[in-house]
Design a binder for this molecule. Sequence first.
Ligand code: AP5
Length: 183
Amino acid sequence: MKQRLLFLGPPGAGKGTQAQRLAAADGLLHLSTGDLLRAEVQAGTSLGQEAEAVMARGELVSDTLVLAIVRSRLEQHRGGWLLDGFPRNLIQAAALADLLEELNQQIEAVVLMELDDAVLLQRLLARGRTDDNEEVIRHRLTVYREQTAPLIEHYRALGLLTPVEASGSVAEIEARIRSVLVD
Ligand code: AP5
């Protein structure tokens, strides 16, 4: 299986769920910027204090802050990785490309998880994280369309995009993802 992966898709598409399963089964580093930011909020660090209100509104935390988190993790890691929720805009994508060039590494595939808004909304309302109320979910979707969705064309043009239908059971979706990641 390919070893250096990005997971892209709207909130609730199942990026975290699938990334966790694949990373655990294949010994990859699962790096979720959302999880790392929530851990900073929980720990009450200055970074967490800066991020908390932004996350509660469903907007993107500053690129500088997120990039620092990703850089420190990737610099220390040897072996495969799976980035979940990062990059989130074209600036982050350019910074990631620079970092990977520095580390002499390359993205091998970008998995785009696609799902209808109605199903996304249903899944997130059922989860009930602090940023999972209807108003904030709709705003996260708008932010996704405006800032993150341009990455689809960006990675398609680089020949890295692998779209996957993200409806069905967790096991069915995992099998679909695995089938497109065969080396
Ligand atoms: P982040 O944590 O990345 O949230 P998100 O992108 O909104 O994604 P979600 O976690 O909501 O969805 P997911 O696709 O991972 O789905 P999941 O597997 O959890 O970001 C949160 C915030 O942090 C952002 O708004 C921003 O403020 C900040 N942030 C993060 N990264 C950033 C960055 N790079 N730059 C700037 N700011 C950043 O599944 C969702 C639910 O559905 C779960 O309950 C799950 O159990 C369920 N589920 C999953 N699969 C299925 C299935 N097949 N069937 C039924 N239920 C399912």
